[in-house]
Design a protein around this ligand. Structure first.
Ligand SMILES: Nc1nc2c(c(=O)[nH]1)N[C@H]1C(S)=C(S)[C@@H](COP(=O)(O)OP(=O)(O)OC[C@H]3O[C@@H](n4cnc5c(=O)[nH]c(N)nc54)[C@H](O)[C@@H]3O)O[C@H]1N2
Ligand SMILES: Nc1nc2c(c(=O)[nH]1)N[C@H]1C(S)=C(S)[C@@H](COP(=O)(O)OP(=O)(O)OC[C@H]3O[C@@H](n4cnc5c(=O)[nH]c(N)nc54)[C@H](O)[C@@H]3O)O[C@H]1N2
Ligand SMILES: [Mo]
Length: 767
């Protein structure tokens, strides 16, 4: 029998009848996340079995019970009816700009059954919706880069200097936030090989000096670790820049030829504009790194073939724009941009494919059509939008107004995991008249919906893994029947479209199988243009896998520009890298001056109480965000059912805490429980609690306490500046103490209360 495959954002797998899945043989280091996938998808207790509608919504309540209500089971016909009527009602009464279809979220790999694409295609045909811009991953970079380097973040990522060239040519790798196997497990749309571990080993074998600047030494095992006070990297970068200039070692020729605004930035570095020279001595106290060490890094950067690399996490912070801009500025002063393996990189290790050099192939996707509604919000401004309809805000130099949203439709994302300050979102979430959620599981978001529609997982459908950055294509085959009455997102939208009278426009008269053939035929065309042939669909379906013929030449960021700055100028205001940007400066943007600048963060250890800790809430090792939290791998990592929080043994001792304790973390925004794990590679004034434990707030002794370990009850919901409005998840202070009261059992992991109900009774109650 031929091998059958499936695929995910964390790896490609053979389906094997007995144990479910096994990683493809050519993956050198299969992801840990995969170990929890099969069990999470089959955790029947947390799967949604049938369409349901919230009891209070049927009774016409205002949405304030949207987190504790019971649900009523309905048929698919009723569900499609309800949803179609709501969309029509809201569209007619308020216009389609009262419908929010931003629906940010990772959903699952697979080209056709991509949840957000299906939703957008559907809503666009239904008259359109308000959408969201940028990502939670790197909004600050997405908005800043076009101004300062003239590339979108995506275009910059596509040309990122190959790690293979770093291995061969770089002698000094200065890494901010580390380059780690934990986050490189993942790539959006699917990944076949996990090779970052091999890369790091080869760097070590070649004797490359690798420095990891991070509050957590575990971010890059094997590197020399410099423990920085979180949120202060911009000061360090300015000091490195200053000291190189001060030593007369700046590459003035590079700065003149390839940058604009150097004189203005230089004046700031030297303290001519504000009286504060950004020296190593100045930065040492801010960053908690000795001045001699800063001086030594400055010398090493210019005396070696060096690379300044920064992960994405650093800019998910207050003034996140400054830190990437300062790193870019430092790399310009060093002057090694545009050469093999040196210069500036953003995102190595943050995700699997950054720095790999597979051919980029623009595989076809489900066409989303045109959205008749032009309004959007910056993705992280969800709660602001719901809380202040009509309110004004600044974004990228523009004054904008929030729409008045009446209907929220989310498919393939989990805002009650990903948004900062979830207690605030809980209030905002009461505002819309109707919330529709499509998911396969009873996530915290699904529990806060009015109409919940059960979707299938990739184990229950056929799809194509085609990632434009990955060299392997897979036919994803089903492993078992759909759970309960779950349907593919496509099929859910098809039936609603039928009720709304545009089924044919939505399906183009194709069923799911026809669509796979159709996408494959288009992919064959794309392959042909790229210079190779894809087999006929039937042949591909038989083998289940196709490997694109590879030509690994390695990529060099800014190569064209550096070799010919006049012939291939950047599309910035000067055609060069802007170290002082006139447009940004002139716009007078709150939190984002015209050049990289040190601005103390809203919350930081610099002005903390002595018992406060800085909270790092990065990506979990055992799952993808909140996905697979009910799977065996995530569950086996928990401590007394709580998400583990990592603390230095000394900090634990000072607070009378021991490994395995349940602790309470709190600040003015909220409180949560977690399980304590001791970690000597943590800064003693930091605590690390990964994102994604399913949000489980309960009232305990009059306090609203998240009992599972979701850090987003503690984080700040504010844009990192008025430029990008990106999230600042990594900027927060907390306090911790031992939890001595009885341990509250979790309420997630099983369905909410669901009444069975007769079809006939329901009809009269519809709005
Ligand atoms: N504090 C803090 N917060 C953060 C971050 C941080 O670093 N710190 N990181 C942020 C970042 S970078 C990101 S990208 C976000 C991630 O936030 P999300 O993308 O919202 O997180 P996921 O858990 O991946 O949510 C995907 C949802 O899709 C559902 N799903 C999966 N497959 C399907 C399908 O086929 N159909 C449907 N209908 N649903 C499906 C899953 O069950 C899950 O509920 O979180 C952000 N939040
Ligand atoms: N296993 C797993 N991998 C993932 C994901 C997942 O959910 N699980 N999600 C994927 C997604 S959507 C994204 S966007 C990427 C995100 O990838 P990253 O943004 O790179 O990941 P993070 O875990 O947020 O941050 C990485 C490290 O930055 C360090 N850091 C935090 N604050 C500071 C600071 O102020 N200064 C310095 N120098 N370091 C700091 C922390 O120690 C943290 O471990 O990860 C992807 N990979
Ligand atoms: Mo992300």
């Amino acid at each position: 029998m031929n091998t059958r495959y499936t695929a995910s954002h964390w790896g490609a797998y053979e389906l094997d009848g007995k144990d479910g899945i096994k990683p493809v043989a050519d993956d050198p280091a299969p992801s840990r996340i995969g170990r929890g996938w099969f069990s999470a998808a089959r955790d029947w207790a947390s799967r949604i079995k049938s369409p349901v509608v919230r009891r209070g919504w049927l009774d016409g309540d205002g949405g304030d019970k949207r987190c504790e209500d019971s649900f009523v089971e309905i048929s698919w016909g009723e569900a499609a009816d309800l949803v179609s009527r709501e969309i029509v009602r809201v569209g007619q009464q308020f216009g389609n700009d009262a419908i929010f279809g931003g629906s940010y979220g990772w959903s699952s790999a697979g080209r056709f059954h991509h949840a957000q694409s299906q939703l957008r295609r559907f809503l666009n045909l239904a008259g359109g919706c308000v959408t969201s811009r940028e990502t939670y991953s790197h909004a600050a970079a997405e908005v800043l880069f076009p101004h300062v380097i003239g590339f979108t973040n995506r275009a910059f990522q596509d040309q990122m200097t190959s790690l293979s060239l770093v291995e061969e040519n770089c002698d000094y790798l200065l890494s901010f936030g580390g380059i780690g196997e934990r986050t490189a497990q993942i790539s959006s749309a699917g990944v076949t090989r996990h090779g970052i571990g091999e890369t790091l080993t080869r760097l070590q074998e070649r004797g490359v000096a690798v420095i990891c600047i991070s509050p957590q030494g575990s971010d890059m095992p094997g590197a020399s670790w410099l423990s920085i006070r979180p949120g202060t990297d911009t000061a360090l970068l300015l000091a490195l820049s200053f000291e190189i200039v001060n030593a007369g070692a700046a590459d003035e020729a590079f700065l003149k030829k390839y940058t604009s605004g150097w004189p203005e930035w230089r004046a700031y570095l030297l303290g001519e504009t504000d009286g504060v020279p950004k020296s190593a001595n100045w930065a040492a106290d801010i960053c908690d790194i000795p001045a001699e060490q800063i001086l030594s890094i400055a010398r090493n950067l210019v005396s070696h073939r060096s690379m300044v690399s920064m992960n994405w996490g650093l800019q998910r912070a207050d003034h996140g724009e400054q830190v990437i801009w300062a790193a870019l500025g430092l790399a310009c002063i060093v002057g090694q941009i545009g050469r093999a393996g040196t210069g500036f990189a953003f995102g190595y290790g943050s995700i699997n494919h950054v720095g790999t050099s597979s051919k980029l192939i623009a595989w076809p996707s489900v066409p989303q059509g045109r959205n008749p509604v032009s309004d959007f919000i910056p993705v992280a401004r969800l709660a602001d939008m719901l809380l202040s309809p009509g309110g004004s805000y600044q974004y990228n130099g523009e004054k904008r107004h929030y729409p008045d949203i009446r209907l929220v439709y989310w498919c393939g994302g989990n805002p009650f995991h990903h948004v900062q300050d979830l207690n605030r979102l809980e209030v905002a979430w009461q505002r819309p008249e109707t919330v529709v959620i499509q998911d396969h599981s009873w996530t915290s978001t699904a529990r806060r919906a009015d109409i919940v529609l059960p979707a299938t997982t990739p184990f229950e459908r056929t799809d194509l893994m085609m990632n434009r950055r990955d060299p392997s294509l897979f036919l994803m085959s089903p492993a078992h029947e759909p759970f309960g009455e779950a349907r593919d997102d496509f099929e859910i939208f098809r039936e609603i479209a039928e009720k709304m009278g545009f089924e044919e426009a939505f399906t183009e008269s194709r069923d799911a199988n026809d669509w796979l053939h159709h996408l494959w035929a288009r992919a064959q065309g794309v392959a042909q243009e790229t210079g190779f042939a894809l087999p006929p669909f039937e042949e591909f379906a038989n083998t289940g896998r196709f490997d694109v013929p590879e030509t690994d030449e390695g990529r060099i960021a800014f190569k064209a520009f550096v070799s010919d700055p006049e012939g291939a100028p950047l599309s910035t205001e000067s055609g060069k890298i802007t170290l002082h940007n006139k447009a940004i400066a002139a716009a007078g943007i709150e939190g984002c001056p015209g050049h990289p600048t040190w601005i103390p963060p809203l919350e930081s250890l610099l002005d903390a109480r002595s018992d406060e800790l800085h909270l790092i809430s990065g990506q979990p090792d055992t799952r993808l965000h909140s996905q697979n939290d009910r799977g065996s791998e995530a569950l086996s990592d928990k401590i007394q059912d709580r998400e583990p929080a990592y603390l230095h043994p000394k900090a634990a001792e000072e607070r009378g805490l021991a490994e395995g304790d349940v602790i309470r973390l709190w600040n003015e925004r909220g409180a949560c429980l977690a399980g304590l794990r001791l970690e000597p590679l943590m800064r003693p004034d930091c605590i690390s609690l990964a994102t994604g434990a399913w949000f489980d707030p309960q009232f305990i002794d009059g306090e609203r306490l998240e009992v599972h370990g979701n850090p987003n009850v503690l984080t700040i919901d504010k844009g990192c500046s008025d430029l990008s409005q990106g999230n600042m998840a990594h900027t927060a202070l907390v306090r911790v103490e031992k939890w001595t009261k009885p341990l509250p059992p979790l309420s997630i992991g099983r369905p909410p209360v669901i009444e069975r109900r007769e079809e006939s009774n329901l009809k009269g109650q519809m709005r």
